[in-house]
Design a protein around this ligand. Sequence first.
Ligand code: ADP
Ligand code: MG
Length: 254
Amino acid sequence: MSKVVALANQKGGVGKTTTAINLAASVALLGKKVLLVDADPQANATSGLGFDINLDGIYECITGQAQPADVILRSNDVKKLDLLPSSIDLVAADTELPAMENAHRVVKSIIDSVRDNYDYIFIDCSPSLGYTTVNILTAADSVLIPVQCEYLALEGLSKLLNTVKKVKSALNPQLEIEGFVLTMYMKNRLNNQVVNEVRQHFGGLAFETVIQRNVRLGEAPSHGKPIMLYDASAVGATNYLNLAKEFLKRNRKH
Ligand code: ADP
Ligand code: MG
């Protein structure tokens, strides 16, 4: 049985896309069949894996102009990794979805139609809690929340957690928090404080693996590659492989 994990945080620039690409690639390299769904109109996950951001993708699936099987792409570098791409057209989804039939479950029906082909499906959300994100949370089994190690890191998380709670009670009772991943960690007092705060607040839901700040992680997308294929010796590659191992360990009963 497959598991659908949404990467969400309405704050931009916290490491959602970097985590989506590199966790998905790592889980695939560890032998699982993985689909990465780019659900952000900025299409950073699509370009970050080296693909054109003008292709048909999730938006055309939402509007019924395409079937997922027609638009899903095979990763060039990672055998077990597929991508459902995005494009700027997806900005229209927030206003168009509400008028559609079964409006809250449009993304769910797309995901459900392909989920048997995969062990894990990761969905990279846009920095918003709008209609499309609610659709994604309705389609997901769990939410993975990247948190940047910075001042006021926890600010805004209660709004996200509240949205998750609402979706869980109204639309998707199975929805769970997969965990919190601390990103862009640097060894200094402020960052250590944030790590401690998140651990105190969320206990075991905080992943033990912390993603360090690493310039190679910022460079890899411009080469269209996950970090382990761009520079396997980078600390970012080690961090994300460790995160993937921890993720799979937590999900071993899955
Ligand atoms: P989001 O998807 O939440 O907006 P991104 O994953 O796009 O965030 O990250 C924001 C920026 O920070 C990007 O330029 C990305 O390359 C960079 N970045 C993300 N994680 C790291 C990291 N661990 N070390 C260095 N740069 C990072
Ligand atoms: Mg992003």
